[in-house]
Design a protein around this ligand. Sequence first.
Ligand SMILES: [Zn+2]
Ligand SMILES: [Zn+2]
Length: 309
Amino acid sequence: MYQNPYASCDFKQHFLRTSFHTHAGTGPNTCGSLPIEEVLGEYQRLDYDAICLSNHNLYTNPAPYQNRFGLCLPRGYEYTVDLTHMVCVGTEKVVLDSQQHAIDSAVVDGGFAILCHPHWKRDWGLPKETIDGLRGFVGMEIYNGSIDCGKILDEAHCNGRCHAPDVYDYLLSGGRLCWCFGNDDFHRWWYLAIAWNMIFADKTETSIIDAVKKGRFYVSTGLLLEYLTLQDNVISLSVRNNEGYRYTYRYRFIGQGGEVLQETVSPAASYHMHGNELYVRVEVSSPSGKMLYTQPVYDDTRLRPTFTL
Ligand SMILES: [Zn+2]
Ligand SMILES: [Zn+2]
């Protein structure tokens, strides 16, 4: 039976604009050159709702900032070992002895782990074999904001690709259900507000974690999801510009192996499931290059979560 992660979402309600991947502070392992207050102030100015301070192998206690910026600040850090990076959210415990232990520890604490920028430095910098051996992670960054803008600025550490739909389709096609994320991976001002997650949740860490585990969010670089429904085996959705107006967009319905099952250029689009699809996810692009990535509608008899729901 096909499942729609958005089935319980009320699209008339406010979705929380969230980035889980933020380096801020000026001390060791922050990677940052900017004080936390300044960074959070900018995210507040841009109408964000939630930010996770995720420094390298360093838990940054968000409590002192929790009520000062109107932002919910879920706890977390970025597991950082060579090219293997992972944002762990909802935990204060930095675990470095193995990536699997780091995932397990975040989950035991009630949180989750997101595989980061799999194409950083080079294609499959996070190798398939590594991903195949992991269990319990909630998803991966389909879009990491830092790589492309770093490349434009010729920052040597930013080689690779920010966009990793091939890795996501690899996971789903292997029967492993997990969710896609978009994050800034903020380090400097030019990484601000590139990619984010729109989450149907209350503005608390607990509610955000619960919604993420259920896939009640989508990824955006500037578009809003007006609705996504699954009715009588038809997926219907419509997207608006971030400023709220409707326009003509390109909707690509993507299935197993990354195959484009249908492409529609229209203000709204729908796709009729044939019944043999393992999953169908949608990528929407605007004429100016803004993107929106939905979570997959999936066959729950053939796709099993990588994590415990
Ligand atoms: Zn990283
Ligand atoms: Zn990072």
